[in-house]
Design a binder for this molecule. Sequence first.
Ligand SMILES: C[S@@+](CC[C@H](N)C(=O)[O-])C[C@H]1O[C@@H](n2cnc3c(N)ncnc32)[C@H](O)[C@@H]1O
Length: 509
Amino acid sequence: MNREPIERAEALAPDDVRDLRARLLAAGYTLDAVLERIGEAGQSGLLRNSTVPAEVAIAGVADPQATLIRLWLLQLRVSEVAAAHALDLSPLLDAGILRRDGDMIRAGVDIRPYGGDQPVRGESDSGWVVSDLAPGMNQVTTPTRPDYVLGVSPASTSLAQLTARRPVGSALDLGTGCGVQALHLGRHARRVVGTDVNRRALRLAALTAALNDADIDLREGSLYGPVEGERFDLIVTNPPYVMSPPTTDAARLTYREGTFGGDGLVRAVVEQAPAHLTDGGMLQVLGNWAMVDAVPWQERLASWVEGTGCDLWVVERERLDIYDYIEIWLTDAGLAGSPLWRPRYDQWLDYFSGLGITGVGMGWLTLTNAHRDQPDIEVESWPHAVEQPVGPVIARRSNAVTAATLAVGDLLQGRWRLDGSVSEETIGEPGAADPAHVVLRSDTGLRRAIEVSTLTGGVLGACDGELSLGGIIGAVASLLSVPVAEAIAETVPLVRRALREGLLVDAGA
Ligand SMILES: C[S@@+](CC[C@H](N)C(=O)[O-])C[C@H]1O[C@@H](n2cnc3c(N)ncnc32)[C@H](O)[C@@H]1O
């Protein structure tokens, strides 16, 4: 008899996990090999939730790799003979990872190759992530179950790319879901804790961890409840930030909706973080926040860290009007084409109207327990293209702020260097003697740019880490016959900005 999947997923014994991993490797069910097998059309198809191009790519073949692709990537039924050729069926059926469907076998949960930065004991560059089956394949919409465990989503990838990947002692993945962030953290943190309110998620995360031979301490509970009294060097979270109307437990989608009103859950994650960060520790959140008419959004978000002494850097990447936002999440819940669409839509509109929500911001929040006399609070919109991964820029942020806020005397004594990613762009009329604009632009991270004058461009261009800033300003001022005090007054604000935005870095660092 097949019981409900997941309920017994943790029952996969260590030997069975080892056997499964060996068989996945032996079959070539690894990231690069699978991508190559289904080809570019197959990959693009899956991004559109269409399995047909990949099915065509492996049509008529029944080797173990093709069988595993059919089972898990394409959610197709396979014959028991083919499945048994690739896998040891009994423990997998017993654990609900596979299920019987008549005389065929199908997947009970999703196991898919993942990422190149999580080698499994040097055996392969690929790891695997275990989650619930992807919904909405081939236009079949089924209502999503409340305790659904989401696989690796675009939001998971964004958070992974913006995480500061410095070696740390301890890291927390709050709301671990399928365990994908915890897997990444395991690469650079000595100790990783993953928490979730959803017991199914913890079971699947445990299987993800076991398959990848990753040591993750998984705990059940809400927000920081499971880590009371503990502090971490790094906390990452992609919490259930969707601002949906309150609903019954049975109808709430745990992976995306909390029990807090509006953006209350994201706010709680931020407000409670300082008590769980070590000195210099960092919280990184991928989240949504409400635009309300009563208070400018920048002020609302800044107020979340008031009195904590922590730095806050918020980068709004996108803003949606409420209609766009509601339609995205009604579709995500599988309600497109359903008679429930319009009543639910109206329910969301009433809810937003009651809370005064007029729009929704989406982006990144970074909180750093920096212990400055004057915490650094920056809340900005940056909807422009960025160069991923952004993590390295975020990792350098705290030092960048320290340099950017030095007293003028220290700034002038400092030896700064233009970052290697910076190049100069000139814009002007063809044939003109001088360009109308000269811009220094970094081609990494947030792709920041600053416009410079002849004086400031000369100063920044000469920052090679050898001479002090004061020495460079003096030399350039003399070349351009500008009084040094004037040159300092013009240059210092731009140098501060270039340091803060990572175009200029400490030559000694
Ligand atoms: C959007 S998923 C993110 C999963 C995974 N971390 C990722 O990056 O893909 C949010 C996760 O938070 C969990 N969650 C929901 N409410 C929570 C709460 N109050 N405290 C902790 N986790 C919660 C959900 O069960 C879900 O697994």
